[in-house]
Design a protein around this ligand. Sequence first.
Ligand code: SF4
Length: 396
Amino acid sequence: MWLFTGCSLYTLYIVKSRIFVPFGYSMITMRHNTNNPKENRIVLTQPVRKKTLSTVEDLKNFFHLSVSNIQVVIDQYPMRIHPYVANLMAHDPDGPLCRQFIPTIQELYDNLGTDDPLSENLQSPVRQIIHRYPDRVVFLVSNTCPSFCRFCMRKRFVGKQPQVCKDDIQAGLSYIAKTLTIREVILSGGDPFMQDDQVLFDILDQIKKLEHVQILRIHSRIPILMPERITSELILQLRAYHPLYINLHVNHPEEFSDASQKVVENLADAGFPLGAQTVLLKGVNDHPETMLQLMQKLLTLRIRPYYLHHMDDTQGTRHFQTSIDRGLQIMERLRGYMSGMGIPQYMIDLPGGGGKVPLLPDYVLKRSSSVWLFKNFEGKHIEWKTRKTDHTGIYD
Ligand code: SF4
């Protein structure tokens, strides 16, 4: 008798009305949140993983996966699934979370991508800094994450290298200190919250002292997918670094649980401007309705949708790529059907470090000196006649 049967690969089962619980697990009742509160449902007694999944054996025990071809993938791109994520995944073994975190052989069938498609290494004046735009830098303060996304654009080092050492952090801080054009520092990685509190606060303290740096930003997936890390004490201490923006990485409404929503609420109450970055992923969120639900969910949680990223050409991730046209269709569906506050910018990061460019559906169909022809959200064509304007203004 089967409790869950997703794709044939994933099964959790009941034997004679009792759930079979493999060694190392216990049972709980969980409430799983979808975007629609009415659909939030009680998922009865599922196995609870207490340890991180990192081996083929772990997958086999937790999901009863057919794992014959996964070891070769893990050998090249390590697997790590935090127990919190494993338990979120367990209710839907072919769902959007499993697709993001369980390795597949397709990762090895990608011979077109490159390991550093955005040439981050070339734009790195010192080891942990990426300096692409004049006024801001990305500071990679961590080489690891609690769970490794299979589509990670930094697959080349996330989970493969030891944690960032003090010397490299100090070199990054020195670079920021002496480069006076930098107005904003983005802590990224890996996940910055994987650093010890002591190291993290030391970094923030040193940057905060620099007069030319006005804004700090942290990019993290941890508040959503390892919420126990974001304690009330941590939030209290982070408040000393305002204006500190926190950008969360969220790809699907099912990533939210009661615990992560509480953390988000605490962060918002503590005054951190919250943004969300979403990666457009085939088979995960490449559907207009899913994206609409996600953006609505973010807004209700006081998270401003910021970017929808088109997938980079990172080696080992091609199976997650959608077409740009698909992304534009999704953006078209968002416009008009939800508040403009909930519409992210759809961005493509140009290869070779060319930087981000926004992608927009075609709303301007024709333009001349006297008239512009627009297409609105319903597909209606509407003209806008230009008036004669005196272009000599106060700024000329
Ligand atoms: S959270 Fe970000 S850095 Fe970490 S594995 Fe996922 S995509 Fe990569």
